[in-house]
Design a protein around this ligand. Structure first.
Ligand code: IMP
Ligand code: MG
Length: 183
């Protein structure tokens, strides 16, 4: 285990099994439809890459990037669009793929932004959900795991851009983000 991790929340195997089940569920729901997967950079890169290989229907992929964090463990409350989609989503079924829903601000912003472009449907798939911290009532259509109110890293999730390459999801030692936030 990495020295900055105090406990493993989800093992590689637990993640693999759940991601496969999510892919199968999405496959059933979108049979015969043209699906556009939207990977929210950068946290959901790893999740998207694994999930899409379990989606067995016509699917294409695009990316979008937003930011609300910086070197903090809680949302600043202001969401900014950093990189827009490359595709036109009007008249298409889109599925937003996120790493985690925390306050809900990021997904609420994304959902509104995409709905204004008149897609056929917008749904949300999140790997992790921390419902205790919700500020806006937004529910995912697909959810990998509910997690407690602790700061999780690994499998794409970062703190200050680090730990994304861990193969499991762990709880970061709070000392690490206290040090950064005090700077
Ligand atoms: P929200 O806008 O507060 O829902 O936050 C969503 C974004 O915050 C996610 O896309 C993550 O990038 C980041 N985030 C929230 N909680 C965590 C966490 O526990 N670990 C790592 N990133 C997190
Ligand atoms: Mg992040």
């Amino acid at each position: 285990m990495h020295k900055d991790i105090i406990k493993v929340l989800l093992t590689e195997e637990q993640i693999r099994e759940r991601v496969q089940a999510l892919g199968e569920e999405i496959t059933r729901d979108y049979q015969g439809k043209d699906l556009l997967l939207i990977c929210v950079l950068r946290g959901s890169i790893v999740f998207t890459a694994d999930l899409m290989r379990h989606i067995d229907c016509f699917a294409t992929i695009d990316t979008i990037a937003v930011s609300s964090y910086g070197k903090q463990s809680h949302s600043s409350g202001v969401v900014r669009l950093i990189k827009d989609l490359d595709e036109n989503i009007t008249g298409r079924h889109v599925l937003i793929i996120e790493d985690i829903i925390d306050s809900g601000l990021t997904l609420n912003y994304l959902n509104d932004l995409l709905l204004r472009r008149n897609p056929l449907s917008v749904k949300i798939c999140t790997l992790l959900d921390k419902p205790e911290r919700r500020k806006i009532d937004i529910q995912p259509n697909y959810r990998g795991f509910l997690i407690p109110n602790e700061f999780a890293v690994g499998y794409g999730l970062d703190f200050a851009e680090k730990y994304r390459n861990l193969r499991y999801i762990g709880v970061l030692n709070p000392e690490i983000y206290k040090q950064e936030e005090d700077k």
